[in-house]
Design a protein around this ligand. Sequence first.
Ligand code: ATP
Ligand code: MG
Length: 573
Amino acid sequence: MRLSRMFYRTMKEIPKEASIPSHQLMFRAGMIQQVSSGIYNYLPLALKSLRKIETIIREVLKKNDCEEVLLPVVQPADLWKESGRWEFYGDELLRFTDRRNNEFCLGPTHEEVITDMVRRNLKSYKQLPWNLFQIQTKFRDEIRPRFGLMRGREFIMKDGYSFDRDSDTSRETYYRMYRAYEEIFNRTGLQYKAVEALTGNIGGSLSHEFQVLADSGEDLILSCPGCSYAANIEKGRTVFASGRPVEQVNERSTDIHTPDAGSIEEVSEFLGRDPIDFIKTLLYKIDGEPALVLVRGDREVNEEKILSVLQANKIELADEETVRILCGTETGYVGPVGLYGKVTILADRSIEGRSGMICGANRKDYHRINVNWERDYRVDRIDDFSFARSGDPCPLCGMPMEEYRGIEVGQVFHLGTKYSDSMGCTYLDSEGKEQPAHMGCYGIGVGRTLAAAIEQNHDESGIVWPAAIAPYEVIVMPLQMNSEEVLEAGEAIYRDLMEAGVDVLIDDRAERAGFKFNDADLIGYPLQIGIGKKSLENGVVELKIRKSGEKLELSPSEVPAFVSEFLGREKVK
Ligand code: ATP
Ligand code: MG
């Protein structure tokens, strides 16, 4: 490609909403343009990189016996009603009606449509396994679209879905996809971690996210320095040393007056006790049913974990009226004592076995002290209902875990039969018995991967592309456009590289050398070749490796071999 003919413009200024480097640089490099909040034009440079990511994805998936399909963006509500998600998906699902008043939505993900497609083709166990994917535009009406392609409303996703005969084969497929994702992200050249994750809106029981490590990441990851365990902090399993034995606090539990102190901070200050000695008690409504959730005073309730443990869909804090009816007081003074049997009580492991605790006394302005596990209150269920945090012991080896920031670029889910059960996606087994297909689903944010690549690879001059996904691999820059020899040498190298299959660009604009260098650094082509009059007289051209800043001189005839060797080294196969 000739830069003089390219639809492209670099910019010095940064739009004020662009707060992170990838967004700023994509804008300055003329890669994207906002059309509406969270909705972008992808300009040629961005699309070239996006296509390279897509090619890597396609190559790896096809090697793993996955087939490509293309499903509609516009999806009928009926399918979503069948799966039950019409009700639970929330406001991210953009719903609308057509001229005949039929309800539709824009696909944020495609479990419903693909399950419908497969159930209409699936008859016998002999047809399975199937593994289908597409690369397509999704729409999610995100509450806070931001960071450019990182969190758009309209974005490109690779989504894949597997259908197996049973749980074991479906798990094998899950781990095969997990390994395929490792290969995909290795080939993009990004630093990432695969972490345990919650399944959220999609459902299922087993899931991993692929997180690109970057300071601006929206996700917090806990990772063990001693072993392979890593998890999204939402999901991170918490391990607690068991509480003090009951014998240590023999005093009877009693109410004490704590006027105007409702929050843990206020009461702990008032009593001079550490938040760790408190039972934080919150009344929730989970799928409409009230439930009391208990966590230690220094911990936070993790609502997603509750949904996941109870296999529930909706969780919200109960309103004051419900708190008054069930607990006889107002929020801030609620505690578990005396409520067993009246409302479901869910206890986080952080309070298991602890004695001498403090909690609300279920009367205004009073708290209860010396509250012992089992002696003073009982619970219906103990599980992991709180957020893990940095320094918590690793659930596998006990080492204190460390915290990182990450950008979720992909996620794999082992779904089980959630959709095949609700939508009747079944087959006849070898004995003629009807069985549900076992599913998995696998997403990669293509645009987000591009943004994450920049987030992880940039410096003060601009982007530093990993070679595998750079919009062009090499830029050839004739530095004096008025010199015949320079132009000729530039054209010759450009031609040679094209013939060698290199993705090469020539900067044939009538611009100064400094201007060309700045643009080349900003866009971040992995290799820059400068053709200057003086060096040509010495029989050489100048090469600069963008990543290391290393410069070298080669004769024009040596360039193609060097470039092939360089790219071969840079690109992980
Ligand atoms: P997040 O938690 O960041 O909102 P998600 O977990 O809801 O994402 P998935 O349903 O797992 O997203 O979608 C698969 C992939 O699609 C994600 O791993 C991410 O890379 C990408 N993705 C999701 N939402 C967006 C978005 N709003 N903009 C760009 N990419 C997105
Ligand atoms: Mg996800």
